[in-house]
Design a protein around this ligand. Structure first.
Ligand SMILES: NC(=O)c1ccc[n+]([C@@H]2O[C@H](COP(=O)([O-])OP(=O)(O)OC[C@H]3O[C@@H](n4cnc5c(N)ncnc54)[C@H](OP(=O)(O)O)[C@@H]3O)[C@@H](O)[C@H]2O)c1
Length: 358
């Protein structure tokens, strides 16, 4: 009898765990939070730092679709112009201001000047520099410092300047900091990059709590593998190595950026279609699903718009969101169930395979 009641209790526990896990995985928010609705609004401005390509470009399109005017920052002129052109094809009246800047050299005063005179309510810090992947001791220290300039110093300066402006004006607003799964666990061969992403997630978590009562939101968007030019260009296998457009040299620290390679023309029609689809799904309250299976070769990869719409829907609801059900499961297993060293070893192994490091 005792054995029966114990096993019944155990079953109830298992059931409870399963229900909790299912609820966790299915907690797909489909629209803006009640807090974000007050500032993600037509006529307000959003600034996307690193907004000309990949995830940043998707942020610009998504916020543009919601009729926010945009300040888009990146280093290369042509991709910036392309983003404005694409947006104006759909929304000719939207204001889209472009700034050619290296975020490795961002300082608070120059950033504050960029925002002046506009009602900027949303800041997306998207840009990152992963540094040259490989063994820590074989890399140039300047390269790590460049990564810290863009991923840590730039994030701190921009978030501080933007938060201060909102606070001084006494208006609500939100900050999204693009982070990464690798920041949750750490990984060999990208150890420094992973550490910068840990900073970003931790910063957003602290600010979420600190800012809440002032009507300001902070969110770490913890992305997993997402199909962007930068992601594809990091592959060692040639058939996946779609190179990004040639890049300028990195900022203050002086390390070299990814080697320039063959130019890849982005298909504007495809972009527009993807944008429209994502926006439609957002409007209809549906979760943004698989938008374009063409580029995806692995079950774990996501499209930029999936990541962006899930993060946008979580702004004002939580401090950090790992995007996609699979990434949530992976995070649960790797950060809660597996011993830390085992989790790191598995991540390191996967990274070495991707980068072709023996
Ligand atoms: N893609 C993934 O699989 C993945 C996974 C996890 C997390 N993330 C995170 O998501 C974010 C976006 O990643 P992504 O793959 O789209 O590529 P990314 O290379 O991090 O970002 C590309 C955008 O940032 C701009 N940018 C890069 N460095 C810059 C700098 N120093 N100053 C100004 N702008 C700069 C680029 O334009 P210019 O080159 O013209 O400046 C471009 O607009 C990053 O924070 C990354 O860590 C990505």
């Amino acid at each position: 009898m005792l054995g029966f009641s114990l096993s019944k209790r155990a079953w109830l526990r298992v059931l409870g765990l399963l229900v909790a896990a299912a609820a966790y995985l299915l907690q797909a928010h489909r629209s803006l939070s009640s807090r974000a609705v007050s500032y993600v609004k037509p006529g307000h401005w959003a600034v996307v730092l690193g907004g000309s390509e990949g995830l940043g470009e998707a942020w610009a399109y998504q916020l543009g679709h919601l009729d926010m005017n945009l300040i888009v920052v990146a280093r290369r002129e042509k991709p910036l112009e392309d983003v404005r052109k694409t947006i104006h094809e759909k929304k000719p009246d939207l204001k889209v201001e472009l700034y050619k800047r290296d975020l490795a050299r961002l300082n608070e005063s120059s950033f504050s000047e960029m925002l002046e005179g506009r009602d900027v309510r949303v800041m997306i810090y998207n840009a990152a520099y992963a540094g040259t992947a490989g063994r820590f001791l074989e890399a140039d220290a300047g390269d790590f410092l460049s990564s810290i300039d863009v991923n840590v110093k730039g994030v701190a300066a921009a978030t501080h300047a933007f938060g201060k402006q909102l606070k001084a004006r006494g208006v609500p607003g939100g900050v999204v900091l693009m982070s990464s799964m690798v920041g949750e666990i750490g990984s060999a061969f990208v150890a420094n990059y992973a550490a910068t992403k840990a900073y970003i997630t931790t910063l957003a978590e602290g600010l979420y709590d600190e800012w809440w009562s002032q009507g300001l939101d902070a969110l770490a968007c913890v992305a997993g593998a997402t199909i962007t030019p930068t992601y594809l260009s990091s592959f060692s296998v040639p058939w996946r190595r779609v190179a990004a457009l040639p890049r300028p040299t990195a900022g203050a620290g002086g390390g070299a950026q990814r080697a320039p390679a063959a130019e890849v023309k982005m298909d504007v029609d495809k972009k527009l279609r993807t944008w429209l689809l994502a926006s439609l799904r957002m409007e209809q309250g549906l979760r943004t699903g698989l938008l374009d299976t063409g580029a995806r070769v692995s079950w774990i990869e996501q499209e930029p718009f999936e990541v962006v719409s899930e993060c946008l829907a979580n702004l004002g609801r939580t401090s950090a969101v790992a995007t996609g059900a699979l990434n949530k499961v992976i995070l649960l297993i790797f950060t809660r169930l597996l011993p830390r060293t085992v989790a790191t070893q598995i991540f390191g192994h996967q990274t070495s395979k991707m980068l072709g490091i023996a």
